[in-house]
Design a protein around this ligand. Structure first.
Ligand code: NDP
Length: 264
């Protein structure tokens, strides 16, 4: 029987996940297709998933924490961070995974000697990346617009600031995990502050893909080596696809076909 997969998000129209996964399914003759669902209310995720008869799904902004809550069981790294980006329907049970953080590690392989990272933002993606960086013994600092989301990081003994009390240091890498620049032309923090941060950083990464965000534009103007979120997207997509097809396809073949979708 043909399997159906989907991405849930708000917004979701920008997502490249449908084309990435459909490219793999079609070219590797896997009997499945992948669509998108604009979900306004995260608490409706579980119901919507089962009503659509999905075999699996990806979850994007702002529902990754709601996805964690929706699961019957959460496996691996996702259970450490409470943030789920991949759901699998396992005999009527909802199983949650997180492939974002490993996708990001795949993306920054080309940056060398990363020992000290500043993370802008404190949402689901930030939590996942920060916990993954700690596993690699990387020193992490977090700065976020509002205070309420910082308690998670404080509990992990991570130096964390709001814009108001931020103290600058030197960083090997600064990562934008906020959604500033996704649908707007905002910087992830005030202009003076971002200028200082970039002047103290060796490499820059944004998790947003498909556009040069104002943040990356500034890094480009300052001649700092930067990358957008495309490789992270590819990395997390390959890992999610392996889960969708229950490891029946070869990982290298998945990578080749999924990478092709970036040229479309
Ligand atoms: P969340 O909604 O969980 O968190 C959003 C974060 O962004 C919060 O810290 C929020 O701060 C901050 N923020 C939002 N707007 C602004 C603004 N105008 N200025 C400063 N800070 C702001 O989102 P996610 O973590 O799920 O996703 C974040 C981004 O990561 C999205 O753009 C998403 O598309 C991208 N992403 C890309 C992936 C890839 O594969 N390349 C994978 C996963 C995510 P506050 O607490 O103050 O509200």
């Amino acid at each position: 029987m043909k399997k159906l997969f989907a991405i849930f998000g708000n917004p979701v129209s920008h997502s490249r996940s449908p084309i990435m996964h459909n490219c793999v399914f079609k070219n590797l003759n896997y009997n499945a297709s992948y669509t998108r669902v604009h979900l306004l209310d995260g608490s409706k995720l579980r119901d919507t998933f089962f009503k659509l008869g999905l075999s699996g799904a990806n979850i994007t902004v702002p529902h990754k924490e709601a996805a964690y809550e929706a699961c019957d069981e959460v496996r691996g790294f996702a259970s450490t961070v409470g943030v789920v980006n991949t759901l699998i329907n396992e005999d009527g049970k909802l199983i949650g995974y997180n492939t974002d953080a490993d996708g990001f590690m795949y993306a920054i392989k080309e940056f060398e000697h990363i020992k000290n990272i500043l993370v802008l933002g404190a949402g689901g993606t930030s939590k996942a990346l920060v916990s993954r960086f700690l596993q690699e013994n990387i020193k992490v600092t977090v700065v976020n617009r509002s205070k309420s989301r910082l308690s998670y990081f404080k509990d992990l003994n991570i130096t964390s600031y709001t814009w108001e009390n931020f103290k600058l240091s030197k960083y090997d890498l600064v990562v934008n995990t906020t959604s500033a620049g996704l649908k707007d032309e905002n910087l992830p923090c005030p202009k003076d502050m971002i200028n200082e941060i970039l002047d103290s950083s060796s490499y820059v990464a944004d998790v947003i893909y498909g556009k040069l965000t104002p943040f990356l534009h500034l890094a480009q103007k300052k001649n700092i080596t930067y990358k957008d979120g495309a490789d992270m997207l590819l990395g997390q997509g390959i890992l999610a696809n392996e889960l969708f097809v229950n490891f029946e396809l070869n990982k290298k073949d998945i990578k080749v076909q999924m990478a092709k979708s970036f040229l479309l």
